[in-house]
Design a protein around this ligand. Structure first.
Ligand SMILES: [Zn+2]
Ligand SMILES: [Zn+2]
Length: 354
């Protein structure tokens, strides 16, 4: 490792992602590029249109679903994207950079990207966290701290008010809520993001029940792909497969947030709604969105996990992106004495790379 960090950054923001010039590749770019390294299959990170994708083997089925749509597959002019599967921890060379992917604990197949560049006998290591969390999750490998010189971290929930309870406690509350509604003869409609969160709740529910759970169509494919990957979940059924005369009282139905307050919900008769999300930590949001109940469950780090991760990787410089970067940067500078920057501010006048 070098004594001083280089003035030429190994990664910088470009095309809606991060660009590595010496490696000739982008991480999670928004615009189509030749070579993309993808951290995970959420739609704001994995976009269609790149020529070559590098991603973990475990994320492959989810990624294919995202970047090779049925429409594209049906068009003869559309070049099929080349997806190169990589094992966790396996190094590969892109240009002059040595790259490897490491578990991020965010969802099935999610990865942090480690980029190493050697010059004049010294090497510099940057790690891009992608989205990540430290809380337990039976659907993916746990986050692995990777030592680095520069750590680019997400800051989605980077405020001290964000502190998560254990997954098991939260899902125990979800189960109790379902039970209470069942006793009252009501349907429980639980909203959760269709990739990651829904499967995590289902997998945790196996500790409490083997009762069937009903799914909105948007969840069906991803639940099947998780099951194919060996993740155990309770039996599930597609709501639309049910007879039109079905009485849904006592059932648990899971759906994406977009289905809330839609006509799709009319069939459930007397129902109660809940949303499982880190945003439910904020009371105002729960009220504003109109859910009956909120369960605080996030696939991102909370404040203590974020600070712990920064300590674990031992980086000399921290660049924060996505969300509450200002509060985090100020805290890291003032309380931890770290060389911390918002990602964008690190590359403009006054930043370390100005
Ligand atoms: Zn994500
Ligand atoms: Zn994200």
């Amino acid at each position: 490792m070098t004594q001083e960090l280089r003035q030429t950054p190994l990664l910088r923001p470009a095309r809606g992602g991060l660009y590595c010039k010496v490696g000739g590749f982008y991480i999670d770019p928004e615009e189509p590029v030749d070579t993309a390294v993808i951290t995970h299959a959420h739609s704001d990170h994995a976009r269609p249109g790149h020529l070559i994708y590098y991603a973990t083997r475990e994320s492959l089925p989810l990624l294919e679903r995202r970047v090779w749509t049925a429409e594209q597959a049906a068009s003869p002019d559309e070049p099929r994207p080349h997806i190169q599967p990589v094992e966790y921890g396996e190094s590969f060379v892109l240009g002059e950079a040595k790259v490897s992917l490491h578990p991020a604990g965010h969802l099935l197949g999610s990865a942090q990207v480690r980029v190493e560049h050697e010059r004049d006998g010294t090497s510099e290591v940057w790690v891009v966290s992608g989205d990540y969390k430290r809380g337990e999750d039976p659907t993916c490998r746990p986050f692995e701290p990777v030592e680095c010189d520069v750590f680019i971290t997400e800051a989605t929930f980077a405020l001290p008010i964000y502190r998560w309870r254990s997954t098991r406690e939260v899902v125990s509350d979800i189960y109790d809520w379902w039970e209470e509604n069942r006793r009252e003869g009501r349907t429980s409609v639980l909203f959760a993001y269709s990739l990651g969160k829904a499967q995590r709740v289902l997998a945790e529910l196996t500790r409490f029940t083997d009762r069937r759970v009903l799914l909105h169509g948007a969840l069906v494919d991803f639940v099947d792909l998780y099951r194919d990957a060996g993740v155990e979940m309770p039996p599930t059924k597609y709501v639309t497969e049910m007879d039109t005369s079905t009485d849904f009282s006592g059932e648990l139905v899971m759906a994406p947030p977009s289905a809330f307050a839609s006509s799709w919900m009319k069939r459930f008769g007397d129902y109660r709604t809940a949303f499982a999300s880190g945003w439910m930590r904020v009371r105002g949001i729960k009220r504003r969105r109109g859910y009956d109940t909120g369960f605080v469950l996030s696939d991102h780090v909370d404040w203590p996990e974020l600070l712990q991760s920064i300590e674990d990787v031992g980086a000399r410089r921290v660049l924060a992106t996505h969300g509450k970067t200002e509060a985090l940067v100020r805290y890291l500078r003032e309380e931890r004495g770290l060389d911390a920057w918002g990602l964008e501010s690190a590359y403009v006048d006054g930043g370390p790379y100005a």
